[in-house]
Design a binder for this molecule. Structure first.
Ligand SMILES: Nc1ncnc2c1ncn2[C@@H]1O[C@H](COP(=O)(O)OP(=O)(O)OP(=O)(O)O)[C@@H](O)[C@H]1O
Ligand SMILES: [Mg+2]
Length: 261
């Protein structure tokens, strides 16, 4: 049965699109037919993150307006079997579509795909409502700082009010120096943890090359590989980047997790 997952955050620039591209590549690599729906209408980025920006013709707004059929707008990512992108429009904004329009698109995608990943724009306005209206579960991406944590808590409350209870978190850009400790982020969010991704100087190189972080031979690529395995229900030991020995000892050297996706 098909599953729709929104990747959201509240605060901008924390790594939602990076996460969507990496999880999409990982699920597709594991044999699941996967589509990433770029809902950042007006500010799309997934085409660049997947290295296909010059090849796109149609987008989700064309589908909703009935200019083209869904199959015409779905773009197959050549280098990755099973991976498709439904691009956002670059020339309009979130008000061009309604949550009900997006629901209709997601319903149509359910017959064609195992996983539908929805890349949510920053904020909690119309774009957020469009992206979260008809999803089975949510992944909140946050970085270890007070502003991101506050945004993530707010988004979690909004998702709960909308009846979305299957919510997990990814702590991204975990560096040696953190504004807020990983423990505090995890305790305050009080949701299953899908994984911890280190701050990685190669992330911008991946972007320049048009490959996802997961496809790179880096620690953050490994972290996303483990995240995909947890999403698929596997029990995978946590690795907290830049963790201290004392903390590892206190937390029983990285507990295991089988966070169900
Ligand atoms: N683990 C990481 N280490 C270093 N840089 C990262 C990491 N994850 C993401 N980035 C960088 O952070 C920037 C923002 O990432 P991304 O576009 O994925 O965020 P976003 O949440 O989708 O942003 P927006 O809210 O604008 O849609 C990009 O330059 C990306 O390469
Ligand atoms: Mg984004």
């Amino acid at each position: 049965m098909s599953k729709s997952i929104v990747i959201t955050s509240g605060k901008g620039g924390v790594g939602k699109s990076t996460t969507a591209a990496s999880i999409g590549c990982g699920l597709a690599g594991a044999g699941y037919k996967t589509v990433i729906l770029d809902m950042d209408i007006g500010l799309r980025s997934l085409d660049m993150l997947l290295g296909i920006e010059s090849n796109l013709i149609y987008d989700i707004v064309d589908v909703i307006e009935g200019t083209v059929g869904l199959d015409d707008a779905l773009f197959k990512v050549d280098r990755r079997e099973n991976l498709f992108l439904l691009p956002a429009s670059q020339s309009t904004d979130a008000s061009a579509v309604s949550p009900y329009d997006v629901s209709a698109v997601i319903s149509a995608l359910r017959d064609r795909f195992d996983y539908i990943l929805i890349d949510c724009p920053a904020g909690i306005g119309r774009g957020f409502r469009n992206a979260t209206h008809d999803v089975d579960s949510a992944i909140i991406v946050l970085t270890p700082d007070t502003v991101s944590l506050r945004g993530a808590e707010r988004v979690k409350d909004l998702l709960k009010m909308d009846g979305i209870s299957d919510v997990s978190i990814i702590l991204n850009r975990v560096a040696r120096e953190k504004g807020v400790s990983t423990d505090e982020c995890v305790n305050r969010m009080a949701c299953p943890v899908l994984g911890f991704v280190p701050e990685d100087p190669h992330a911008s190189k991946c972007l320049a090359k048009g490959i996802s972080v997961l496809e790179s031979e880096t620690d953050s690529g490994d972290a996303f590989e483990r995240i995909v395995r947890r999403l698929l229900g596997e029990t995978v030991r946590y690795r907290i980047p830049f963790d201290t020995l004392i903390h590892k000892f206190k937390t029983h050297f990285g507990k295991e997790s089988a966070c169900k996706g």
